[in-house]
Design a protein around this ligand. Structure first.
Ligand code: HEM
Length: 542
């Protein structure tokens, strides 16, 4: 009922409301303060728009899951979605037919069944990570690495080794080809550049035209952001459209790759729809994705799957270096369960509860999508006596939920013990089932992360193998002889802004734990080259 009061709202200024109180790139510290003041739900006025923020698991589950029928849309991001993405980026689509068709198609590629088949590729690629890290040695400690002006990662840094892995796995999934080089890999670099740019333009509050609709109709001379956004679209299309064109050209030459896009193009060709230029889906019952939507959907896989997983691995490393006791315990578990004669594999997962608890605690303590992704409510609603107006942006405040001391005792501590039970088989318990969830890093309801199973598999195989085989260490401060590590709690110095927040580069050294471990890792890398050959894929170039 519109006569019910809105959820409590911090005082703002006339017309703009709270717009200028929100740091678009790093809203979560301020949102946590408001959550601590106002409780499970508060609202903000961003110009004429209302934003509702849900700060407890109970509130988010009730609205975003139980009432997901009306809470599954996305706010209209004029600049990031309409202009930069020409409306084709799946993660920001409203809850409409186009989104449903896209989500259904992706379910056939990364849903529960297919994600089991992806494990083969994750296993093979993880061997390359181990080899790259042992070859990397002290490089990130002894060399000077300067990030680019927008936080770009230097190619020779160990962050690139991790990025190559995550991007190669999704590149293979999308286009049936690998990222087989770390240096001189312009496509991989561009995926991260596009992503980093997009996370900044898409942050709620980044553009006044997102919130104040009349600004969208200003003439070009008064709206310089419009031309800039359209240029960004062209720049993005050089990558996403370029990958699609390459794939189509290969098919025309009779070269068949596996992967989502080649299979989709073949299926389309079989029904006489080889060329479907334009955006969106065809109006017929099948709803074929047209070219630009297809290019952007493959791009969404690359974006959603690369940075989030890489950021979690990098955060895990930082946490382990800050918590040597937790690391020692993980290593002891791996030595006991796996031994030194082989590296860990999928069958060990259920016997490594501490390793899994450390990964889950990483996702809780510092989720990469720290504020989740905004939802939009499509009907007027009432929650706890508060009116939630139709069209409001609704945020599941993952950060506040993960820092809720009622749900997580001493939430600022890194404490894998909270997820550890040595007598029970470990479960990921990360959703979408709300009745049994350990953390909320993957969001909620009908927009729940489609790649969560794939992400967890990557985290498990890479991190368990890394701890098993490699000693990693931070450089020592010559004055104090203590490890020099970024301050975990320093938002500005340690963490990037935008809706995927990852640590800025930090130096780490790597060496095999023993000659035996080294031999197994080197042999696994040599063997995998034969596998690539047999699969018709590029061998690693180093
Ligand atoms: C640790 C890694 C990851 C994290 C923390 C993460 C987190 C998220 C979050 C919070 C959302 C939004 C959920 C919501 O709106 O409530 C999301 C959406 C999505 N994620 Fe992930 N994600 C990860 C990895 C992946 C991977 C590996 C893929 C696939 C390759 C993927 C594919 C997607 C897709 C397609 C969506 C859009 C869903 C939609 O809008 O309908 N994610 N993810």
């Amino acid at each position: 009922r519109s006569t019910d009061p809105p959820p409590p709202c911090p005082p703002g200024i006339p017309v703009f409301g709270n717009l200028f109180q929100v740091d678009a790139l790093r809203p979560h510290p301020q949102f946590l303060k408001w959550a601590q003041k106002y409780g499970s739900i508060f609202s903000l006025k961003l110009g004429p728009q209302r934003m509702i923020v849900l700060n407890t698991a109970a509130a988010a589950d009730e609205l975003l899951v139980n009432r997901s029928k009306v809470y599954s849309s996305r706010p209209s991001l004029h600049v990031a979605q309409d202009l930069v993405s020409d409306g084709q980026r799946m993660v920001f689509m409203p809850y409409d037919r186009e989104w449903k068709v896209t989500r259904r198609n992706l379910q056939g590629v990364i849903g529960p069944g297919p994600s089991k088949r992806l494990r083969e590729m994750q296993e093979l690629e993880s061997r390359v990570v181990l080899y790259d890290l042992i070859c990397h040695g002290d490089q990130s400690i002894t060399e000077v690495h300067v990030p680019g002006p927008n936080g770009e990662v230097p190619e020779r840094h160990w962050f690139s080794v991790i990025r190559r892995y995550t991007t190669s796995v999704v590149m293979h999934l999308a286009y049936g080809k690998r990222v087989h080089r770390i240096l001189n890999s312009p496509q991989m670099r561009k995926v991260y550049d596009v992503m980093s740019n997009f996370t900044r333009v898409a942050q709620p509050g980044a553009y006044l035209a997102d919130t104040i609709r009349p600004l969208r109709w200003l003439p070009g001379i008064l709206a310089p952001w419009r031309m800039k956004a359209l240029k960004m679209h062209e720049w993005e299309m050089e990558l996403w459209g370029g990958l699609l064109s390459e794939c189509r050209a290969s098919l025309k030459k009779g070269i068949y790759h596996s992967g989502f896009v080649p299979s989709y193009l073949r299926a389309r060709a079989e029904v006489g729809c080889e060329d479907l230029p334009g955006t969106g889906v065809t109006p017929d019952g099948t709803g074929w994705m047209r070219d630009k939507l297809l290019a952007y959907t493959a791009g969404s896989l690359l974006e959603a799957g690369s940075d989030t997983t890489a950021a979690t691995i990098q955060t895990f490393m930082l946490l382990m270096l800050h918590h040597p006791d937790a690391l020692a315990r993980a290593r002891e578990e791996l030595d006991r369960v796996v031994g030194v004669e082989r590296m860990p594999g999928w069958d060990d997962e259920e016997r490594l509860p501490w390793v899994i608890a450390c990964i889950k605690e990483t996702l809780r303590r510092r989720p990469p999508t720290i504020m989740g992704m905004p939802h939009r409510v499509d009907e007027d609603d009432v929650y706890e006596g508060y009116h939630i107006p139709k069209g409001s942006t609704v945020i599941g405040n993952i950060w506040a939920i993960h820092m809720d001391p009622v749900r997580y005792r001493n939430p600022a501590a890194f404490d894998p013990e909270r997820f550890y039970d040595k007598d029970k088989m470990p479960k990921w318990a990360s959703g979408p089932d709300s009745s049994h969830r350990d953390h909320y890093a993957f969001g909620w309801g009908r927009r729940f992360c489609q790649g969560s199973l794939m992400a967890e598999a990557s985290l498990f195989i890479v991190l368990s193998r890394l701890i098993w085989g490699i000693d990693f260490y931070a450089p020592l401060d010559p004055r104090t002889d203590k490890p020099m590590l970024p301050d975990f709690g320093d938002e500005v110095q340690t963490w990037s802004g935008g809706f995927v927040s990852s640590p800025f580069i930090f130096p780490v050294g790597f060496r095999p734990r023993s000659e035996k471990h080294a031999e197994i890792m080197r042999t696994a890398f040599d063997d995998v080259q034969g596998e690539w050959q047999a699969m018709g894929l590029e061998e690693d170039e180093r």
